[in-house]
Design a protein around this ligand. Structure first.
Ligand code: G1P
Length: 275
């Protein structure tokens, strides 16, 4: 069983300035629900009720969101407006939340290493909340947990992207061991299209075995001078211990304005207006 899920949430969200000046990018809403809540719901649905969030300066709204808002809740108690809080109250009841701060932004690998204190020595999920995923049945993390039960090694979610976009992602190569499942032999962080080993890109869902923390401690800075999770995973991949999993579902890149607007429209049409 994987019980915990780590949410690196310390990034600045500069692409959305000025709105992210005083508000965490993870609190940007797809209509009326913040991105991070979708991620927490996906983790809980996969059995990961221990929510571990790596925050930073200016991120207190995340903690407040998963807490009681006493005055507001007293005000709307007994009215139909309470319905709007049903889902967040559900995750608050079922999950435990723990937080630690990343003091300096030194890359995704560094953010994950900062979360070690909340995770300890057990396999765990990772969600990058700006990759928003919709699925027909099981969520992406739940699909990955099913695969973990079979292979017991680190797993990254992947999808095919247009060749010219490889520079935005970690890109993998490997042998397909069963339909949609690749034993990874190569991974490169944000390669130019001509250097990319394939067009299979890593998206923001991972299951990591805890030896990743020791590996991260000795991994040198990579792309952009930052500690990259992709580089640390490559050390595991050299021992055949990383799978790429082409998940069933659709991903929206809510880290970009275009993807965010697309996801907003999708949720408005498919969720909000059907309530
Ligand atoms: C991170 C990872 C990258 C991955 C991407 C998925 O990059 O470093 O390997 O493909 O998330 O969203 P970022 O988007 O944080 O620059």
């Amino acid at each position: 069983m994987i019980k915990k899920c780590l949410f690196p949430a310390a990034g600045y969200g500069t692409r959305f300035l000025p709105v992210t000046k005083a508000m965490p990018k993870e609190m940007l809403p797809l209509v009326n629900k913040p991105l991070i809540q979708y991620g927490v719901e996906e983790a809980l649905a996969a059995g990961m009720a221990g929510i571990a969030i790596v925050t930073g300066r200016g991120k207190r709204a995340i903690e407040d969101h998963f807490d009681i808002s006493f005055e507001l809740e007293a005000q709307i108690a007994g009215t139909s407006k309470e319905d709007a809080l049903k889902e967040v109250r559900h995750v608050m009841k079922e999950c435990t939340f723990s937080y630690t701060r990343q003091v300096q932004m030194k890359g995704l690998g560094h953010a994950i290493l900062t979360g070690e204190t909340l995770i300890g020595n057990e396999p765990f999920g990772v969600v990058l909340a700006d990759d928003y995923c919709v699925t027909e049945a099981d969520g992406v993390l739940a699909q990955m947990v099913a695969l973990y039960e079979k292979y017991q090694c680190s797993i990254v979610a992947i999808e095919e992207v247009p060749r010219e976009e490889t520079y935005k992602y970690g890109v993998i190569d490997g042998d397909e061991v069963e339909p949609g499942v690749f034993r990874i032999s190569q991974m490169v962080e944000k390669p130019e299209p001509e250097d990319a080993p394939s067009n299979l890109a890593i998206i923001g869902r991972y299951i990591l075995t805890p030896d990743i923390f020791d590996i991260l401690r000795t991994t040198p800075p990579g792309r952009n001078g930052e500690l990259q999770i992709t580089d640390a995973l490559m050390t595991q991949a050299e021992q055949g211990k990383v799978l790429g999993f082409r998940f069933k579902g659709k991903r929206f890149d809510c880290g970009s304005v275009e993807g965010f607007v697309e996801a907003t429209n999708y949720n408005y049409q498919n969720i909000y207006s059907r309530r």
